[in-house]
Design a protein around this ligand. Structure first.
Ligand SMILES: [Zn+2]
Length: 280
């Protein structure tokens, strides 16, 4: 199994890769730039090249995460342009760092648009971005948290959006365990059903990364509060066990986005390695 966590780039991209290595992690996630802004970053290419080389040498996988204001359902023209330029910049940085791709949240339902228009806007945004993108780094669509049936919480929506886009080959998926628990997509008890559906829809073939988080709230409450894997969360160890033991997840990075003040990531990765490191 490949375990890692979200890391800061305060010491650069290569610095983050070295930090992951020192933590005995097999993967890491990073913000390609300031996580609170959509402004395009004139990044240090040399640092990115060093990051790529270091990861290759040490068999470390990486993914980036788009800044918080990134939205595939922007509510005005100006924001739309900003998101498009920002995501192209994220893709460029991810590519230079040798990353699998950039994680992007599925859009949100807005008051201005009907459901159908919201889906159409996501597809338009992806088409516009990906028509200008020739690299190998992918856009990794992440499932939303929310109440059962909320926008962007089902495998069907993720798979359909990818399929209807002009460049499906440039899109992969990110499965967040806490988000899926919040809406009951995975409630801890329905793994067989989830895998069956994921296989049937072709979702699992395009799954590139797992956000590995426990949940501070019970399933189907629509609450997105991450908890440490082995801490006091509602997803039980035996339920995680089932996920980890599934061959579909064998070569995919499991990235912790858990509160590190409650459990240092270095320690959490150590516990994960001890418990599940030998699987596959
Ligand atoms: Zn996540």
């Amino acid at each position: 199994m490949i375990f890692g966590c979200h890391l800061s780039i305060k010491d650069g991209y290569a610095g983050a890769a070295k930090k992951a290595h020192s933590m005995n992690a097999g993967a890491f996630q990073y913000f390609p730039k300031n996580p609170r802004s959509l402004s395009v970053k004139d990044f240090d290419r040399h640092d990115a090249v060093l990051c790529k080389a270091f990861c290759k040498e040490n068999a470390i996988l990486s993914v980036s995460h788009s800044p918080y204001p990134t939205s595939l359902t922007p509510n005005n023209k100006q924001k739309r342009e900003q998101v498009i330029h920002s995501l192209l910049n994220d893709l460029e940085i991810s590519e230079a760092c040798g990353s699998i791709g950039v994680v992007v949240h599925f859009g949100k339902e807005t008051n201005q648009l009907t459901l159908l228009e919201s889906y159409q806007l996501i597809i338009e945004m992806l088409n516009e971005i990906l028509s200008e993108w020739e690299g190998n780094a992918k856009i990794l669509l992440e499932n939303n948290p929310g109440l059962p049936g909320a926008f962007g919480t089902t495998l069907e929506e993720l798979v359909q959006i990818r399929k209807l886009c002009n460049y499906p080959e440039k899109i992969g998926f990110c499965f967040d365990t806490c988000h899926s628990f919040s809406c009951g997509l995975w409630d801890g008890e329905n793994m067989d059903e989830l895998l069956e559906k994921g296989t049937e829809l072709g979702y699992l073939d395009e799954l590139k990364v797992v956000h590995f988080n426990n949940s501070k709230y019970d399933t189907r409450l629509g609450r997105d509060r991450h908890a440490p894997i082995f801490g006091p969360g509602y997803i039980k160890e035996t339920q995680f066990d089932q996920l980890v033991q599934t061959p579909h997840f064998a070569n995919i990075p499991f990235i912790l986005e858990t509160p590190k003040e409650e459990m240092p990531h270095e320690k959490e990765i150590q516990l994960l390695q001890k418990k599940w490191g030998d699987h596959f």
